[in-house]
Design a protein around this ligand. Structure first.
Ligand code: SAM
Length: 190
C-alpha cells in the first residue's frame, strides 16, 4: 500500500513538528513507544514531558528509555494529562512544539482503565495555551471498543468547533476498513 498507515502518518507529523532542542509532550505514556520516538527527535538538548495515570505505564516507559540511555531527556509524571499546564515548567510555556495522545487502554494492561473525553479535552485545551505557533497535537483515536466510541463522539464535535483563526484541524482516516480501525486528528496551532 502506498498510502501511509495511521501510525506512520502520526509519526510523520511529529517529525515535521520537531527539531533537535525542542520540547514535546507524550500525553499517554503506555508502554513508552511514542516517548522513545519523541526523545530521539528532540535530541539531548530538548525535553519530553510524559504523563500516565498508571504506575505500570510510567515504569515501562522509564525502563524503555533507560535501555536506550535516553532517560535524561524525558520528565515522566505519574499523573493525568489534565495536569499538563501545572506540570510543564512555566519557562516552557509557549515553547511546546508537538504532543501525542494515543487514546484508549494500555496494550497488555487493564482494559478497564481508559482515557476519557473530559480529561482528554481538558488536556487539549491546556496544550493549545502552552504550545508554540505551528505546534502540532496528534490524537490517535481508537474507536473499536465501547469507551473509544464514546470518546470519539465527544472529541469530534469538540475539535470541529475550534476556531479556524486559531487552529488547523485535520482528520486522517481509512473509511472502508472493517472493525473501526484507529484514525488521526491533528491540530496545528496558528
Ligand atoms: N503511547 C503508548 C505507547 O506508545 O505504548 C500507548 C498509550 S495507551 C493506548 C493509553 C494510555 O493512556 C494508558 O497507558 C492509560 O493508562 C493512559 N491514560 C488513561 N487516562 C489518562 C490520563 N488522564 N492521563 C494520562 N494518561 C492516561
Amino acid at each position: 500500500m502506498k498510502l501511509d498507515g495511521i501510525l506512520p502518518f502520526a509519526r510523520q507529523l511529529l517529525e515535521k513538528a520537531l527539531s533537535l532542542g525542542d520540547f514535546a509532550v507524550d500525553a499517554t505514556l503506555g508502554n513508552g513507544h511514542d516517548t522513545l520516538f519523541l526523545a530521539r527527535l528532540i535530541g539531548e538538548s530538548g525535553m519530553v514531558y510524559g504523563f500516565d495515570i498508571q504506575e505500570e505505564a510510567v515504569l515501562n516507559t522509564q525502563k524503555r528509555l533507560e535501555d536506550q540511555q535516553l532517560a535524561d531527556r524525558v520528565t515522566l509524571f505519574h499523573k493525568g494529562h489534565e495536569n499538563i499546564i501545572n506540570c510543564v515548567p512555566q519557562s516552557q510555556h509557549g515553547r511546546i512544539k508537538a504532543a501525542i495522545f494515543n487514546l484508549g487502554y494500555l496494550p497488555g494492561g487493564d482494559k478497564a482503565i481508559v482515557t476519557t473525553p473530559s480529561t482528554t479535552i481538558s488536556a487539549i485545551e491546556q496544550l493549545l495555551e502552552i504550545m508554540a505557533p505551528e505546534g502540532i497535537i496528534v490524537l490517535v483515536i481508537y474507536h473499536g471498543h465501547q469507551e473509544g466510541e464514546i470518546e470519539r463522539d465527544a472529541l469530534l464535535p469538540f475539535v470541529k468547533q475550534l476556531e479556524q483563526k486559531d487552529v488547523h484541524v485535520l482528520q486522517y482516516q481509512f473509511i472502508n476498513q472493517q472493525n473501526n480501525p484507529p484514525f488521526i486528528i491533528a491540530i496545528e496551532k496558528r
